[in-house]
Design a protein around this ligand. Structure first.
Ligand code: PMV
Length: 299
């Protein structure tokens, strides 16, 4: 069982243009059970959906990541495809920037490797998972697969990553809350495109990059929270926030160290760094959100 999803702490959108982003692996649960079957059966508790098929050439949007994971796994290890049932349980809400696809791909790879007694190290998992994302999406950044495979806090730049081990020591003392505020009304690719049309985007990206650079050296929760808020203000200027998200952030400003939208935007989730007022915070935001997930970094 993996217990990992990802959040972007700093630098979404700027990272698309070669500036740095800082991502963090968090403890939200995903598990995939593999067993023999007499068809290919994929069941997702989250989606409340089952796919039954004679082969892996079926086109199912919801399960395309899983189908491609199976194909790439069988192909990579020269295994003759055989009927299997995969049961997926995940507490990560889908399509809201928390890396649910990468988490399910990685857990499926781990469960398949256990089932077939194949040893995979982190580098193998990262390579295969990235390949699945790339084939399924056409184009993918390494952010989700790297963060969920290697854990901790990562700097992503030019589609390469490095672990921020110094920041790990600080972050592991932090308690976060993910507020899933509203369903996203647009896809990541559409939001990236909209931002690309802004003629002032480079100015904003440079500011965001400065904040991310500062955050790497921070050792104080208050300062870290202020940097989250500053990054959010800049993301607002890129028009990727929403009224509902801003409402939650306004409340979080009073009852936490700081907060920002995380991921591509257009709705989705807010990441909040908790302080001692967390009970009051939860009381005040619970009517403005779909769900709340207390979380910590996974190292
Ligand atoms: O798709 P999300 O919400 O995990 O966010 C992606 C972050 C972006 O910077 C907007 C896009 C990217 O590929 O890095």
């Amino acid at each position: 069982m993996v217990m990992v999803a990802k959040v972007i702490l700093f630098g979404e959108h700027a990272v698309v243009y070669g500036y740095r982003a800082i991502s963090m692996a968090i403890n939200l649960n995903t598990s995939v059970k593999v067993e023999k079957a007499d068809k290919f059966i994929i069941y997702s508790e989250n989606l409340n959906k089952t796919l039954v098929s004679d082969n892996l050439e079926c086109n199912d949007r919801d399960f395309s990541y899983i189908i491609n994971t199976l194909k790439i796994f069988f192909n990579n290890f020269n295994i003759e495809p055989e009927y299997l049932k995969l049961s997926i349980y995940s507490e990560i809400p889908v399509s809201c920037g928390l890396g649910s696809s990468a988490s399910v791909i990685i857990e499926t790879l781990k469960s398949l490797s256990n089932f077939y007694n194949i040893e995979l190290d982190k580098n193998d998992i990262f390579k295969l998972a990235y390949e699945v994302e790339r084939i399924t999406q056409g184009k993918a950044s390494i952010t989700d697969t790297a963060t969920i495979t290697y854990g901790g806090v990562l700097e992503i730049k030019d589609n390469k990553f490095r672990k921020l081990n110094d920041l790990n020591d600080f972050i592991k003392e932090c308690d976060f809350l993910i507020a899933y505020v509203e369903k996203r009304n647009k896809k990541t690719a559409d939001l990236v495109k909209e931002v690309s049309n802004l003629d002032y985007k480079d100015e904003i990206f440079k500011e965001i990059d400065k904040i991310a650079k500062e955050a790497i050296k921070v050792n104080d929760k208050k300062e870290f929270g202020e940097l989250l808020l500053k990054n959010h203000e800049l993301l607002k200027k890129l028009n990727i926030s929403t009224n509902k998200i801003d409402k939650v952030i306004d409340i979080a400003k009073k009852y936490s160290y700081g907060a920002k939208i995380t991921g591509a935007g257009g709705g989705g989730c807010v990441i909040i760094l908790l302080n001692d007022n967390w009970k009051e915070l939860i009381k005040r935001i619970k009517n403005h959100v779909i769900s709340l997930y207390p979380c910590k970094v996974i190292l």
